[in-house]
Write a protein that binds this ligand. Sequence first.
Ligand code: ZN
Length: 68
Amino acid sequence: MTRSQSEFEKPFVSGTLVGFFIPDIFGTIAVPHFHWHFISDEKDFGGHVLDFDLIHGKAEWRTMETFE
Ligand SMILES: [Zn+2]
């Protein structure tokens, strides 16, 4: 999937980041370790995040007991 994905840059955009930590044991069915998804506040820009700098924000943390 990563060989064919398009990449875009958008500086200074506000939105929501959702990050996942996938343990190595699930590495064959999902991207292992941390990866991030983003959606802009205007809902016109988003996708997987390869890199970002956070200027300010609010963090929330949740442990998932199951993987479905
Ligand atoms: Zn993803």
